[in-house]
Design a protein around this ligand. Structure first.
Ligand code: FNR
Length: 372
């Protein structure tokens, strides 16, 4: 771990710091991948296999990394993915992430399973680019209520997570007997009557993951995307797509955007990394909607690789938790700043002044490099 006086200069420094500080049960929960953890490991390694192909002697004295996501202006093509129970990292939790993103004008997703409520986040970050991540529960009334609350609270999109009809088998979390720490609540679902009532009254003793996991509706189909679009006025981003066939279905069922994701390696193990299937998805939708990507993004250089392949924006998950562990809200602000600095540096050294100039000729898979 870097000494406390040593500045944290890259996301890896934050990771080392956080791993040293977090209680074992929380670290297990945050870091866990499913089954053999092949996908979670590959998610980060894959970025090293794509190499930059820079151009030289281009005027890069002025650079602009701003863009838009679903029409909202953002300062850089990076955001923070929805993650459950962020207050286990620091009491600032999801509010800290939301404030940091608001400060940087970057998008973030609030998880259904958040430790701050939809309404708290809206009041605390009135100018944020905020999207609400949705699970479809067996009890549809609960899902509908969540959508209405997100609409009323100024969230500008729904992120429908489609790779979790059941929870993945995260062995480290199962072995550690994870439960939600007793001082934390899940206000988005606590506020509902019925199935989750027990979490409100006896959170510390409830096998949390089993309860929430058992309430996810495994019978959902593409028709449910239409169901959602019929009663919600918010655009729907479909998160968890990993192939061309599903990408085309998402478009034909009305998705406003596709989020290429393997849930940070926490659902089906041994699926490909998001980066490896990004080009397939981008090509399948042929510009009909925006495509986002997450999983293993650990630097601004990684962000630029994803944008060059065709993503509109790349999202970080766990790194935001590590920022929280370091210094709460300020830690996430600092971490996002360093990622933005890296994006800027990558652009300058690649020889581009704005993101519109980026294309696949600026990256190549190492297997395609000329062999001597
Ligand atoms: C997640 N992720 C997630 N996704 C989602 O749609 N709803 C959720 O509630 C959660 N919760 C969650 C908790 C934790 C601790 C992690 C690490 C991840 C997945 C998340 O949105 C994103 O897809 C991955 O985290 C991206 O991968 P990296 O950046 O963490 O490697």
């Amino acid at each position: 771990m870097p000494a406390s006086s040593t500045p944290l200069l890259c996301v890896g420094d934050y990771e080392d710091y956080a791993k040293d500080k977090l209680p074992a049960m929380v670290e297990d929960y945050f870091m866990a991948g499913s089954s053999s953890e092949q996908t979670v490991k590959e998610n980060t390694l894959v970025y090293k296999r794509y190499r930059f192909r820079p151009r030289v002697l281009k005027d890069v004295s002025k650079r602009d990394m701003s863009t838009t996501v679903l029409g909202s202006p953002v300062s850089c093509p990076v955001g923070v993915a929805p993650m459950s129970m962020c207050r286990m990292a620091h009491l600032d939790g999801e509010m800290g992430i939301a404030k940091a993103c608001e400060r940087h004008q970057l998008p973030f997703g609030l998880s259904t399973v958040s430790t701050f409520s939809i309404e708290d986040i809206a009041v605390g970050t009135p100018n944020s680019v905020r999207w609400f991540q949705l699970y479809i529960f067996k009890e549809r009334r609960l899902t509908e209520t969540l959508v209405r609350r997100a609409e009323a609270s100024g969230f500008s999109a729904l992120v429908l997570t489609v790779d979790a009809p059941f929870a993945g088998r995260r062995l480290s979390t199962m072995r550690g007997g994870f439960t939600l720490p007793g001082h934390l609540r899940l206000p988005n679902i606590d506020a509902s009557d019925g199935i989750f009532k027990s979490l409100r009254t006896d959170a510390a003793k409830v096998p949390y993951l089993e309860v929430v996991g058992s309430q996810l509706d495994p019978s959902i189909t593409w028709d449910d995307v239409k169901w959602l679009l019929n009663f919600s006025r918010l655009p729907v981003i479909v998160k968890g797509v990993l192939n061309a066939e599903d990408a085309r279905k998402a478009v034909s069922h009305g998705a406003a955007a596709i989020w290429v994701s393997n849930h940070g390696g926490r659902q089906l193990d041994s699926v490909p990394t998001s980066l490896d299937v990004l080009a397939e998805v981008v090509d399948a939708v042929g510009g009909c909607c925006e495509v986002y990507v997450d999983g293993g993004v650990r630097s601004g250089y990684d962000v630029i690789k994803a944008i060059a392949i065709g993503a509109r924006a790349a999202f970080i998950g766990r790194p935001a938790l590590w920022g929280l562990v370091h210094k709460g809200t300020e830690g996430v602000v600092n971490l996002l700043q360093l990622v933005k600095d890296e994006v800027d540096n990558a652009m300058a050294l690649l020889g581009i002044s704005n993101l519109g100039e980026l294309n696949r000729s600026y990256v190549t898979h190492e297997s395609l490099l000329p062999k001597l």
